[in-house]
Write a protein that binds this ligand. Structure first.
Ligand code: HEC
Ligand code: HEC
Length: 358
């Protein structure tokens, strides 16, 4: 990258010393390709558990790439009738989830799954409830052309962006070319999404950063249930992500309407399995489960406590321990819910770097 940057600098110097050029083209040529490598601060314990933040070899984070991705994430030109951006369904105040049970596409059509939060996904290797995409880049291709989401075509998106005064220069700064294509659009968006890290909840302060006063006694009791009697920690790992990034069936239904992972793999043995979602900022991402069946955390806890369906196909190996439910006492349920609220990270929800650019 350094070589390219130097080369770009030389080219620009030659061009700008050419005094005969017209003022307008000189202004354009001042845009340089000199991307600045960017790293996102994550606490040491995160690296200890899940290693360094990952990205495809051909898409490292740069300041310019992330800035472009931020603009594109909020860009309504991506949708057919210019009314919808990624952020329409992924709202920062909801940890980039959609408070609606089912998101509505530009033509009013409803999807049949709850949108997903976008938190700490840089370490993930499978996306969507059924894991059908392997990278954030691949994932970002889909909503643009999905008929019940942005309902657009990539050639149309590229044409619109190319015809603006701003985007060609921004792509040049980020990727060294003014010729926009869909791959560069999704690369920039993926870079921006990789910066969404959330490690500053009260839970982090208490559990990972050693601040014993960060939780109240009730919240500590709830944490004890989470990792003890409740066995939540079997799948929503306490390490750093509150998920193990695996597809599992937590026993919602005897006859799952949505085949989940099986939709992608075609295997009967995957029927009813869904991505274990992170519980970070969970108090902000209602409604819950892939089909939004639960409106509140009270309902979720009620399910794990009383309503686990052991005859659900491919039920996870951890669920038999639940029997027909954990049968938590009323106080235990309240404590567990209090603990789940400590996973909220206000800094993440209000970080201006993630907000719509001015
Ligand atoms: C109309 C609403 C809607 C729009 C617009 C939308 N999404 Fe989504 N998003 C969803 C839904 C619903 C899911 C879950 C779908 C599924 O699993 O089948 C999802 C899933 C995701 C995931 C997977 C998260 C995970 O943990 O696996 C990511 C990442 C994501 N969207 C990013 C984006 C980006 C980037 C854009 C813009 C290019 C976008 N979304 C536009 C509704 C939307
Ligand atoms: C066997 C693994 C497993 C165990 C144990 C488990 N969960 Fe889950 N959890 C999942 C899976 C898988 C999903 C997504 C299921 C779906 O949507 O179909 C989920 C979803 C959730 C959701 C909804 C998340 C969202 O974004 O919609 C919450 C909240 C939750 N679990 C809390 C808990 C709590 C609290 C416990 C302990 C009482 C627990 N879980 C135990 C696997 C597990």
């Amino acid at each position: 990258m350094r070589k390219i940057a130097i080369l770009a600098f030389v080219v620009v110097s030659i061009v700008t010393t050419n005094a005969c050029r017209k003022e307008k083209s000189q202004q354009q040529d001042q845009v340089t390709y000199n991307p600045t490598a960017m790293t996102v601060d994550v606490p040491a314990y995160v690296k200890n558990y899940v290693g360094d933040m990952k990205h495809p070899d051909n898409n490292p984070l740069t300041v310019e790439g992330v800035a472009l991705g931020r603009k594109l994430f909020y860009e309504k030109m991506l949708s057919d009738n210019m009314t919808m951006s990624c952020a329409t369904c992924h709202k920062q105040e909801n940890a980039f989830d959609d408070p609606r049970a089912f998101s509505e596409g530009t033509n009013g059509a409803l999807g049949d799954r709850n949108a997903m939060a976008i938190i700490n996904l840089a370490w993930n290797t499978a996306f969507f409830w059924d894991g059908r995409r392997a990278t954030l880049e691949e994932q970002a291709h889909d909503p643009v052309t999905n008929p019940i989401e942005m309902a657009n075509t990539w050639p149309e998106v590229v044409k619109r962006l190319q015809n603006t005064n701003t985007y060609p220069d921004l792509f040049y700064k980020a990727f060294g070319t003014k010729t926009i294509d869909s791959n560069l659009v999704v690369k920039a968006i993926a870079q921006f999404e990789r910066t969404f890290v959330s490690y500053n909840s009260r839970f982090d302060k208490y559990f990972h950063k050693g601040d014993s006063t960060a939780l109240t006694q009730q919240e500590k009791n709830g944490l004890a249930i989470f990792k003890g009697k409740g066995m939540c920690n079997n799948c929503h790992l306490m390490n750093t992500q509150l998920s193990d990034n695996v597809f599992r069936n937590n026993g919602l239904d005897v006859n799952p309407k949505d085949a989940g992972l099986m939709k992608f793999t075609g295997l009967q043995s995957d029927r009813g399995k869904f991505k274990v979602p992170t519980l970070r900022n969970i108090a902000k991402t209602a409604p819950y489960m892939h089909d939004s069946r639960f409106a509140t955390l009270e309902e979720v806890v009620e399910f794990y406590s009383e309503k686990v369906q052991q005859s659900s196909p491919n039920i996870d190996e951890h669920m038999p321990d639940y029997g027909s439910g954990l049968k938590l006492a009323k106080q235990e349920k309240t404590d567990l819910i209090a603990f789940l609220h400590t996973l909220t990270d206000q800094d993440f929800l209000t970080n201006l770097a993630f907000s719509e650019p001015k």
